[in-house]
Write a protein that binds this ligand. Structure first.
Ligand SMILES: Cc1cc2nc3c(=O)[nH]c(=O)nc-3n(C[C@H](O)[C@H](O)[C@H](O)COP(=O)(O)O)c2cc1C
Length: 311
């Protein structure tokens, strides 16, 4: 079973990915947070930094496009090819209002004719392999039956399913019945994504769906970046490794970010997820959240590291 790190915009950029790979066992693939397309678009400096292979000291990176327009998609793909990429992932899952209103992300699932045309061009004219990361619909899980018919028309590298509808955002629980329908009817290789936060969660998924090809983990891996190793039978995450990981992202963000405020914001975002790994974390997480300068932040982190890791 292959393991993937999900893309998390604002969190799993190249600095984060490199630190994960330097300290912990790597997943089989990392997916980069989305790049949005637009007319005559040049990649921004930030986007180039993120996907430039020279900046990515990890085994495999798959770039992701947030797109609706075929001409824009093809143009972005040709640039990605110039960086040496042979595979691209399409975002058909993002639930954000500004994205969906433009018919992108999970908004792609509103108009299946357009989705069909987009996939046709990307699969047949780009010369790249295409994978799709999809939700199961906009409003109702039953939408997925028709959506799967579209995906089944194409030879995708893989189909990654986060079995929630757009209206769920991140609420409710993943719909495993609909995933089961995909398991029985997808012509493409399947990857499961959604709420895998522990080795137990992972085992439940692969017990029920033993023939899937891969499992993608997002928030569970941001909370515990050692989760890939633990799933493969490795030891529980240690404080020493987390300490090193924290040090690396702190120093590397510091180098590229302008101003302490941005660095603080970035580090707090990571610790929002990581804090619950520690016993009685609430008090120290509050201190981290409240820290308005780096001295207070670092003191709060030192206090957090005095606590044990939960088992
Ligand atoms: C802060 C945040 C940013 C995300 N950014 C992206 C993104 O850029 N592309 C994408 O396909 N999904 C994105 N997602 C969705 C995740 O990749 C994943 O599908 C979702 O969190 C469910 O998996 P999980 O329960 O393992 O986290 C994002 C989710 C979060 C919480």
């Amino acid at each position: 079973m292959k393991l993937y790190l999900a893309p998390l915009e604002g969190i799993t950029g190249y600095i984060y990915r490199n630190a994960l790979a330097a300290v912990f066992e790597q997943p089989d693939k990392f997916f980069a947070p989305f790049i949005g397309t637009s007319q005559n678009k040049k990649f921004s400096n930030k986007e180039v930094r993120d996907i430039n292979p020279q900046n990515n000291k990890i085994n495999v990176l798959i770039p992701q496009l947030m797109t609706k327009q075929t001409d824009q998609a093809l143009s972005a793909m040709s640039k990605l090819k110039d960086y040496g990429y042979t595979e691209v992932n399409i975002n058909a899952g993002c639930p954000s209002g500004t994205v969906v209103s433009k018919g992108r992300g999970s908004g792609l699932l509103k108009n299946l004719e357009d989705l069909d045309i987009l996939l046709d061009k990307m699969v047949n004219e780009s010369g790249m392999e295409i994978s799709v990361k999809t939700r199961i619909g906009m409003y109702e899980p039953e939408e997925f039956y028709e959506i799967l018919e579209i995906y089944n028309k194409y030879n995708l590298k893989e189909l990654i399913i986060h079995p929630r509808v757009r209206e769920d955002f991140y609420n409710n629980t993943p719909n495993l019945e609909v995933f089961e329908y995909a398991y029985e009817n997808s012509k493409n290789k399947l990857c499961y994504n959604g709420d895998v936060n522990s080795v137990d969660d992972y085992n439940k998924i692969i017990k029920r769906f033993p023939n899937i090809d891969s499992v993608m983990i997002g928030r569970g891996a941001i909370t515990n970046p050692n989760i890939f190793s633990e799933i493969r039978g490795g030891e529980r995450v240690t404080k020493e490794k987390l300490y090193r990981f924290n040090e690396i992202i702190y120093n590397d963000y510091k180098e590229v970010m302008s101003g302490d405020r941005n660095l603080l914001f970035k580090m707090k975002e990571a610790w929002r997820y990581m804090s619950p790994l520690f016993e009685n974390y609430e008090k120290n997480w509050k201190r981290i959240k409240k820290a308005n300068d780096l001295i207070h932040f670092n003191n709060a982190i030192e206090e957090m590291f005095k606590c044990d890791i939960i088992n």
